[in-house]
Design a protein around this ligand. Structure first.
Ligand SMILES: [Zn+2]
Length: 466
């Protein structure tokens, strides 16, 4: 597989450090709100990278952090009169819900800043000991100029950076380019941890250096995130980690492009700011995923209702092809004829086409085209009277490719079941336990009116939504 490496600005053959386990780190969300469609892109893109590597037989260890210590979280907690911990816990839950709707799998590890405070403090201390950082009145700053290769990822010259940098009034930096590793507590209601420099909390960049090295080791295969993170976040991560370990931090850096809304930059002030939760009111999560994968991940994409409707239609065409095949399987019989065997050989060529596209720097746009070409040929090749075996082979070819893209997942019966329904189901269970059968039947009818039927299975109640 070839991957475009931001570090070298080239498409390179991907050679993992350890063939048996590929190590990927993706910068995760700051959990103070529902995530927006710009955030959704890296989640979906790098989840697809993971699914593809797994499809090619690789084991992947995938780490994506939750930033649960941040000014935005603290401000939100003040606004709502709850604790920062309550804010982050709530939005971690909301993250899982929306990511789940987009078929984004949970990472192997989702570490949080609050759970890694000792490691963060030890890392910062080590940077001071190694001469790359200094304490200033309870703050700790990274001495950017000490790291000779600073700017290598974003291809910026340190002198140019210096001329654009400024020191904010309250900061105690020695050089405008230095950045905070540790921030002293300013007011008493601010979140703070004990450290060798007094009460305070970590700066933003240090967490990723710490969690990546802790969970994946000193050098990892791929570090990924949105293009906007290249500078300063990823540049600073490199400076911190390579100064501490003396080794390359990540061999490949992958960055996805921006999203515009109706050809404009997304911003709250323009009123074109959408969370994924907003979009899910009108579209299925898979439509959003299809939309995000329909362009190359490094190209900018434009979000509009019109394009979402196109994505919806595209996805429906795929689903129709599957439904037709399921119908043929139900009504067909027998094994493949000689003609079908020949047809299958030519249909299987689309697998190679699909793989070639994905191998070319995760070209999901071309991979989706290969699926559509496959579907078109399957529609021509199958008919009433096709053998059951042939229809099954055709269906599994479609499933094989769409599963890699995270599309057309068979919905679990319990998906989409809202709290109210869940509560009714639980209440009915209780009623049955208490032998209050009239109430149990009443609830059953109530659910039926909502299009919900309940099936008793050995594994428990199965909720079926019609
Ligand atoms: Zn990060």
């Amino acid at each position: 597989m070839k991957i475009y490496n931001t570090l070298t600005r080239k498409k390179e053959e991907f050679v993992p450090i350890d063939e048996n386990e590929i190590k990927i780190y993706v910068c995760g969300p700051t959990v103070y709100n529902y995530f927006h469609i710009g955030n959704a892109r890296p989640f979906v893109v790098f989840d697809t990278l993971r699914k593809y590597l797994e499809y090619r037989g690789k084991k992947v260890k995938f780490v994506q952090n939750f930033t649960d210590v941040d000014d935005k979280i603290i401000n939100k907690a003040r606004e709502e009169g709850i604790t920062p911990g309550e804010v982050s816990e709530k939005y971690i839950g909301e993250y899982y819900q929306d990511a789940g709707a987009l078929n984004v799998e949970k990472a192997s590890v989702h570490p949080k800043v609050t759970e890694n405070m000792n490691e963060i403090i030890a890392f910062v201390k080590d940077l001071i000991d190694k001469g790359y950082a200094y304490e200033a009145d309870g703050d700790v700053y990274y001495s950017t100029r000490k790291f000779r290769e600073y700017g290598k990822l974003s291809k910026q010259n340190i002198e140019d950076l210096e001329s654009g940098a400024r020191i904010e009034i309250e900061e105690k930096k020695q050089d405008p380019l230095d950045f905070a590793l540790w921030k002293a507590q300013k007011t008493e209601d601010e979140l703070a941890w004990e450290s060798p420099w007094g009460l305070g909390r970590p700066g933003w960049h240090i967490e990723c250096s710490v969690m990546s090295t802790k969970y994946l080791g000193e050098t990892i295969d791929i570090h990924a995130g949105g293009q906007d993170l290249t500078f300063p976040h990823h540049e600073n991560e490199i400076a911190q980690t390579e100064a501490q370990t003396g080794k390359p931090f990540a061999n490949y850096w992958m960055h996805n492009g921006y999203i515009t809304i109706d050809n404009e930059k997304m911003s709250k002030s323009k009123g074109n700011f959408f969370t994924v939760r907003d979009i899910l009111k009108d579209y299925d999560g898979e439509v959003m995923r299809f939309f995000l994968l329909s362009g190359h991940y490094r190209s900018p994409i434009n979000f509009s209702r019109e394009l979402m409707d196109q994505a919806k239609n595209g996805l429906a065409r795929m689903q129709n092809a599957k439904n037709n095949l399921k119908h043929l399987i139900q009504n067909g019989s027998g094994t493949m004829t000689a003609e079908e065997k020949t047809q299958l050989v030519s249909l299987e060529k689309y697998r190679e086409k699909f793989i070639a596209a994905m191998d070319d720097d995760l070209n999901t746009a071309d991979a989706i085209s290969a699926v559509f070409e496959l579907i078109k040929d399957i529609n021509t090749a199958t008919k009433n009277g096709s053998s059951k075996e042939f229809s099954e082979k055709c269906l599994s070819l479609i499933d094989e490719m769409t599963a890699v893209l995270g599309l057309l997942r068979e919905k679990e019966a319990s998906d989409d079941i809202d709290d109210e329904i869940q509560k009714l189901v639980e209440e009915r269970q209780e009623a049955r336990k208490a032998k209050n059968f009239s109430r149990a039947d009443e609830i059953r009818d109530l659910l039926k009116a909502k299009g919900i039927t309940l099936e008793d299975t050995p594994q428990g109640i199965r909720i079926v939504k019609s």
